[in-house]
Design a protein around this ligand. Structure first.
Ligand code: HEC
Length: 137
């Protein structure tokens, strides 16, 4: 009996060892893909929400993506604050309150109708823009 059970035990262990890494790798790839996929989806959703907010406010009257108008281009804003970790909160407040003096003497009007989370969403989108991205303004 022992002579039978022992090889059986060994072969089960070997089979287990043999399949385990591939199962594990398979799972790891699957989970990573799902996580990466949902992060990409979330980022895309946030960007499109931000674009809708920009479109439904008056931002376009003074800002464009690439070139300075009454206000600075979004890409210039992204460039200016790319290493500034506190920028997002400050800029969100500035959009709501309005202001001038950082880019020149023209003023940005106040946007009291925007909530802090909405303004932050817009700012994070603007700050995510880099020279090679060409999304619509
Ligand atoms: C009446 C014109 C006008 C409108 C409308 C406007 N802006 Fe501005 N915006 C400006 C000007 C001018 C500046 C530069 C202000 C300064 O020099 O401090 C500016 C600056 C900014 C900045 C950078 C602020 C800083 O301190 O660097 C952001 C971000 C911004 N605007 C986003 C927006 C968004 C989003 C909207 C729409 C909700 C909007 N703006 C609407 C004129 C405008």
């Amino acid at each position: 009996m022992r002579q039978l059970i022992f090889p059986l035990f060994i072969s089960i262990v070997l089979t287990g060892l043999g399949t385990f890494p591939s199962v594990k790798n398979g799972l790891a790839v699957g989970v990573n893909d799902i996580v990466a996929g949902s992060i990409a989806d979330t980022t895309a959703n946030l960007a499109s929400e931000a674009k809708q907010l920009i479109a439904s406010n008056d931002c376009r009257a003074c800002h464009t993506m690439q070139t300075r108008a009454i206000g600075p281009a979004y890409k210039a804003i992204a460039e200016k604050y790319k290493d500034d970790r506190s920028a997002s909160e400050r800029l969100a407040n500035k959009i709501i309150m309005g202001g001038k003096g950082v880019w020149g003497e023209s003023s940005m009007s106040a946007h009291p109708g925007l909530s802090i989370p909405e303004a932050t969403l817009i700012v994070n989108y603007i700050l995510s823009l880099s020279a090679d991205k060409d999304s619509a303004n």
